[in-house]
Design a protein around this ligand. Sequence first.
Ligand SMILES: [Zn+2]
Length: 69
Amino acid sequence: MIKKRFIAGAICKKCQKQDVIRWCKNNDTEQEWIECVSCGYHEDKPDEVMNAEHPQPSSDGIVNIVRFK
Ligand SMILES: [Zn+2]
């Protein structure tokens, strides 16, 4: 199963657009990568992007906690 989530504020290295980068993780293989929904750019193990921008929306954890209760 592949989880996909937009990275808030992330800018694509190729097309320089904002809020077009999705972080993806395959839970079966533990592979992680990012992809741009605008130009199709993708990169494995996006440490640079994840560290440079906010890695997760601040509301993400809160939403999960609420749903699990
Ligand atoms: Zn792009």
